[in-house]
Design a protein around this ligand. Structure first.
Ligand code: THU
Length: 134
């Protein structure tokens, strides 16, 4: 049931600081304990200094003591699903044990969840901690 993730991401999206792109994004992570951590994108007048919603959510998870991402929901206002960018896929991978077991939902604030896939489908052929150590 991803309604709780949807509501958390939607509330975070409403607080996005995105005055330059005007593209507000929210992300919500369910960690391995079931706790939810949300975040929004935070842009900056020096454009490369801004960051996406996903690292905001990851940061909240880490500070709260969460270790692993089990489920993710990203919400944006675009007609097509708001896909996590390449950099964020790698950032998320750092906190995923089994990419096949992590569900990713892509949502729109009015249309609800519009696409669901596994993290393995979203980001195949990864280079993460396991590959580094092998
Ligand atoms: N953005 C995110 O927050 N997450 C994504 O996965 C895609 C893009 C943000 C970054 C920037 O603030 C705005 O969307 C436009 O690219």
């Amino acid at each position: 049931m991803a309604l709780d993730l949807f509501e958390a991401a939607k509330a975070a999206q409403a607080r996005a600081h995105a005055p330059y792109s005007n593209f507000q994004v929210g992300a919500a992570i369910r960690d391995d304990t079931g706790a939810i951590h949300a975040g929004c994108n935070i842009e900056n007048a020096a454009y490369p200094s801004g960051w996406c919603a996903e690292p905001s959510a990851i940061s909240h998870m880490i500070v709260a003591g969460g270790k692993h991402v089990r489920e993710l929901l990203v919400i944006g206002n675009s007609d097509v699903p708001c896909m996590p960018c390449g950099l964020c896929r790698q950032r998320l991978l750092e906190f995923i044990e089994d990419t096949q077991a992590v569900t990713v939902h892509l949502a729109h604030p009015e249309r609800g969840i519009i696409k669901t896939l596994t993290f393995a489908d979203l980001y195949p052929h990864v280079f993460g901690a396991k590959e580094l150590k092998s």
